[in-house]
Design a protein around this ligand. Structure first.
Ligand code: G1P
Length: 295
């Protein structure tokens, strides 16, 4: 049995890097192979034992609600046409009664502010946060890997990945006290440091298991990097009390908040699909080298 029953999904972001698509489609609905990014995030949470899904959303994100709702007309038509395979493809979009809650983040004040919206729904237990932009391809889900280790360690836990120093300013970064296997104990965390000031190259990736103490820290938080309320700063404030560990997950992470990461993820996930891989590999490997670099 898992001890992490609830997960928060911050889905209020505008996704400007995906304009014009995100003019009318929430970025979490952008499709990797044949399912939207949010589906990968929800599947990973389910795989870790999560039963309650809290979306911190914003105006213009209605497609996310519809996606996890029953599509009565569509299902009736598929049923009547005997399209059982197409019907079965909808199974992953079904939510148990009351399992999905949508909250509005009325102002874009940062990730810390988004997570704070879930305080009442979380109550007194440790919970997960999943950023759907970070898609992790792995045998065992990254969050499930973390849940297992968190059971022993408690406190706050963040997913980590070693990145080149030239990229470190895009991330929350760990000041590492000690490292044992995949687990590092943090002395502190800093959001988007200058590369030359970063305490390490261990970057925070968008998976968190947080103690409920985080909400008190979020209440006391002032604006951090970029003038936003940063989750990283709230976690940092708990380093000497509840404790913070980084967990370097087994898997490949794609930054699907960027177009480059997204197209790479598309290829990686397509190549993993038995029904697509051979034809797609033949296309990519075509001897004629049909790809030309733009001058
Ligand atoms: C957020 C977090 C940052 C983390 C990153 C991972 O930043 O604030 O600490 O390293 O996600 O993707 P964002 O990418 O939203 O700027």
């Amino acid at each position: 049995m898992t001890h992490i029953r609830k997960a928060v999904f911050p889905v209020a972001g505008m996704g400007t890097r995906f304009l014009p698509a995100t003019k009318s489609v929430p970025k979490e609905m952008i499709t990797l192979v044949d399912r939207p990014l949010i589906q990968y995030a929800v599947d990973e949470a389910r795989d870790a034992g999560v039963e309650e899904f809290i979306f911190v959303s914003a105006a213009g994100k209605g497609a996310l609600e519809d996606y996890f709702d029953t599509a009565a007309a569509l299902e009736t038509r598929l049923q009547a046409a005997g399209k059982t395979e197409a019907l079965a493809a909808l199974d992953c979009t079904r939510m148990a009664e009351g399992a999905l809650t949508l909250l509005r983040q009325s102002q874009p004040l940062g990730l810390g502010h988004a997570v704070r919206q879930a305080r009442k729904l979380i109550g007194d237990e440790a919970f997960a946060v999943i950023l759907p932009d970070d898609v992790i391809k792995s045998e065992k889900g990254a969050l499930a890997q973390m849940v297992e280790v968190h059971r022993e360690l408690g406190g706050h836990m963040v997913a980590t990945m070693d990145v080149p120093r030239s990229d470190i300013s895009k991330y929350g970064v760990l000041d590492v006290a000690s490292e044992q296997g995949r687990v590092s104990r943090a002395l502190g965390l800093i959001e988007k440091p200058r590369a030359d000031l970063a305490p390490s190259t261990k970057a925070v990736i968008g998976r968190y298991i947080l103690d409920r103490s985080i909400f008190d820290q979020l209440d006391n938080l002032g604006p951090g990097a970029g003038g936003e309320l940063q989750l990283t700063d709230a976690i940092n404030a708990d380093v000497s009390t509840v404790g913070v560990h980084g967990f370097t997950f087994d898997g490949q992470r794609f930054d699907c908040g960027s177009v480059q990461g997204y197209v790479q993820a598309t290829t990686a996930f397509a190549m993993d699909r038995a029904d697509l891989q051979s034809e797609y590999a033949a296309f990519l490997n075509e001897k004629r080298q049909p790809f030309r670099l733009v001058a």
